[in-house]
Design a protein around this ligand. Structure first.
Ligand SMILES: [Zn+2]
Length: 328
């Protein structure tokens, strides 16, 4: 069962989240292999998408936000688009669009940042938007401080958090064909954080001690190996890394409250898309084939509209009959 574990370091402005995606991650891979002509992802792409899924769940779990979080990579290599969408209830879906073959062992930059044109975008789309309100989006390139190509997806997110959110963040991400896992620790702005109200002899008021404490915790976090994150359960990981720290653990989020595969596609949404194409375009598709077939990129669901369905869509769309001729 997939799970999210949140925790605080008692008396320090540092919080953490650990996520482990299991059955829902395998469901994403299974749907991909059974519903698309391309079949399974190469291992390199699969692991990238798994790390992105873990990262998106970590971010959605560590913000107070009532809306969807979309983590996207817009690549300039064979991976054109990789996207993960997480709802506030932790339902999530993911997809990758490939353009050409990808080696099983391709590096991150080979896949998404071949010519330094790759981007990572994070979009927060509130559930209820005010009229005219746009979703918030932050975009970062896939190069680091020295303009070097980043080769770990965790570095991309760390870079994003520091530059877009001004938050010191340390992540470890790992994925294979069975699970996708991540561990995040983040330094919180000192003012107004209620976890500081507890007793603490760790740090001084000026924040110097806090910074030291964060560095220590970040170092412990990065000592976690990819294989350990995949192989060990959450309690063992947290105990091994932080046995000398005082952790305040929250009830794990799992089952109906935890991460699970969920796709928001529906026949109505696809119908709206066809209406958006316009009657002329829809008719021209129907002249070449008997149906308009649309497959959901995220879950593989097939939606089929025949000529009668399409005529019905446009009849509904036009409550008043159009003028019956150009001569009027
Ligand atoms: Zn779908």
């Amino acid at each position: 069962m997939s799970e999210v574990h949140k925790f605080l370091f008692d008396g320090l402005p540092v919080r953490g989240v650990l996520v482990r995606l299991t059955d829902d991650w395998r469901e994403v891979l299974r749907r991909r292999s059974s519903s698309t002509a391309q079949g399974v992802y190469p291992a390199s792409v699969q692991n990238l998408l798994g790390e992105m899924a873990a990262a998106a769940l970590l971010m959605q779990s560590s913000i107070k936000f009532d809306g969807s979080l979309v983590l996207q990579v817009l690549g300039d290599g064979p991976v054109r688009l990789a996207a993960v969408e997480v709802q506030p209830d932790l339902g999530w879906r993911a997809t990758v669009t490939l353009h050409g073959p990808v080696s099983e062992r391709a590096s991150l930059s080979d896949m998404i940042n071949l010519h330094r044109g790759g981007r990572c975008a994070i979009t927060l789309d509130p559930k209820t938007r005010q009229p005219g309100q746009q979703p918030y989006q932050g975009v970062v390139p896939l190069q680091g401080e020295q303009d070097e190509k980043l080769e770990k997806f965790s570095d991309v997110i760390q870079h994003y958090m520091l530059h877009s959110e001004q938050l010191d963040t340390t992540l470890v991400l790992a994925a294979d064909d069975q699970q996708a896992c991540g561990l995040l620790v983040q330094r919180l702005p000192v003012q107004g954080q209620d976890n500081l109200s507890g007793s603490s002899a760790h740090a001084s008021e000026d924040g110097f001690g806090y910074s030291e404490a964060y560095q220590r915790i970040a170092l412990l976090t990065t000592s976690l190996k990819r294989e350990e994150l995949l192989a060990l359960d959450a309690n063992t990981v947290l105990h091994r890394l932080f046995w000398q720290e005082k952790l305040l653990r929250f009830e794990p989020l799992q089952g109906a409250d935890g991460p699970r595969f969920s796709c928001a596609c529906s026949r109505e949404r696809v119908a709206k898309m066809i209406v958006g194409l316009g009657a002329e375009e829809a008719q021209s598709v129907l002249q070449e084939r008997p149906d308009i077939d649309v497959a959901c990129d995220f879950c593989g669901a097939q939606y089929r509209f025949d000529a009668v369905d399409v005529a019905e869509l446009f009849r509904q769309d036009l409550p008043h009959p159009p003028c019956s001729g150009a001569l009027q």
